[in-house]
Design a protein around this ligand. Structure first.
Ligand code: HEM
Length: 94
């Protein structure tokens, strides 16, 4: 598989990822609301908070499971173990 990207995307810094995911265990922040990032409607129209379950759902197929038109071109992970590992790792980014 590919390695975990160092940043979430062209415009999102590692710090943004960290705050996006700030503790999958605490209440995560709302999708598409990192300050100063110009999201597509795919995330502007998202109305969920990032939780462990939501990350599993999203990161298994980002392009298909978000609203249409996302700029996040990543085919996702279908291996449950790898998804768990990824989400655990994301939780360490603060
Ligand atoms: C394992 C790898 C990846 C993870 C964990 C990840 C995670 C995420 C998450 C959680 C968001 C939503 C952020 C928020 O709500 O603030 C996001 C958005 C985004 N990601 Fe990724 N991502 C990954 C790979 C990629 C790749 C490879 C790209 C490069 C094309 C990318 C580009 C983006 C972009 C551009 C957005 C904003 C999307 C939009 O506005 O439609 N990501 N990513």
């Amino acid at each position: 598989m590919g390695s975990v990207p160092a940043t979430v995307g062209s415009g999102l810094s590692g710090a943004s990822v960290g705050s996006a995911l700030a503790g999958s265990s605490d209440a995560g922040r709302a999708a598409g609301t990192a300050p100063d990032y110009n999201y597509t409607d795919a995330l502007k129209l998202a109305h969920w908070n990032w939780t462990t379950d939501k990350l599993h759902w999203y990161l298994s197929q980002p392009a298909k499971q978000a609203n249409p038109g996302t700029r996040m071109k990543y085919s996702g992970l279908d291996d449950a173990r790898q998804l768990d590992d990824l989400i655990t790792y994301l939780g360490t980014l603060h």
